[in-house]
Design a binder for this molecule. Structure first.
Ligand code: 13P
Length: 254
């Protein structure tokens, strides 16, 4: 059975005081989160402080991006081993904001995915189509290309220790959420891409939905057979909002 994973991508938000309050609020609500893994991904400067704060709890820690290089003259970059050393277990790779705003290519994302795994981190690979691509009926081919770039470097078996997040770009930060059926179709497609090469890996892969997910729409999304959790932006910044999604996962497990 796949466990649910509810992950908060804080993006470039927060400060020391707000983060401490947010994490304390999440941890306080975790006692009732049986069967659901819960993860936060703060900005780099706060990772060490949050690592210390979560150390006695079940709250998991991840980062929002990572270098594809191991060390050296890469000003401003952060190596996978550095994240691993300070307590991160996960790292997001290929978020659409990284792809669109910072020009990350699918080949670069694939290199980051492999570098993360080499350092013992679990990559959360983000895939998803833009509005233009959806309207051009290209959703499945866009996703297939994004997944294929990683498979070409790491192979399908690498997804035994990875997570995929389906994040339709048109639903990110817009308030416009994919319907459960639209998301399910995409998740089913993603699982099928991997199942064609390794049925076990595909069956065990956690596939998260991301894009304007909130407490109100989470129950419908999480009731779908191929949706195994969420990657949450805006609603991960308040503990009550985030815990509402965690609780929707707890209810869906039952
Ligand atoms: P929102 O939940 O704010 O739409 O962001 C989703 C996202 O990009 C998570 O990575």
């Amino acid at each position: 059975m796949r466990r649910f994973l509810v992950a908060g991508n804080w993006k470039m938000n927060g400060d020391s005081a707000a983060n401490a309050a947010l994490v304390a609020g999440i941890i306080a609500g975790l006692e009732a989160s049986d069967g659901v893994d819960v993860l936060v991904c703060p900005p780099y400067p706060y990772l060490a402080a949050v690592a210390a704060q979560v150390s006695d709890s079940s709250l998991l820690l991840g980062a929002q991006s990572v270098s594809e290089h191991t060390a050296g003259a890469f000003t401003g970059e952060v190596a996978p081993a550095m994240l691993q050393e300070i307590g991160c277990r996960y790292v997001i790779v290929g978020h659409s904001e990284r792809r669109a705003l910072y020009g990350e290519t699918s080949e670069q994302v694939a290199a980051k995915f492999q570098a993360a795994q080499d350092a013992g981190l679990t990559p959360i690979l983000c895939v998803g189509e833009s509005l233009e691509e959806r309207e051009a009926m290209a959703t499945e081919s866009v996703i297939a290309g994004q997944v294929a770039a990683v498979v070409a470097v790491s192979g399908v078996d690498a997804f035994a220790s990875a997570v995929i997040a389906y994040e339709p770009v048109w639903a990110i930060g817009t308030g416009e959420v994919a319907t459960p059926e639209q998301a399910q179709d995409a998740h089913f497609h993603i699982r099928g891409l991997l199942a064609a090469e390794n049925a076990d890996v595909a069956a065990n892969l956690q596939i998260l939905y991301g894009g304007s997910m909130k407490g109100e729409n989470a129950p419908g999304l999480l009731s779908m057979p191929d949706i195994d959790g969420g990657l949450i932006g805006g609603a991960s910044l308040k503990s009550a909002d985030f815990l509402a999604i965690v609780n929707a996962g707890v209810e869906a497990v039952r």
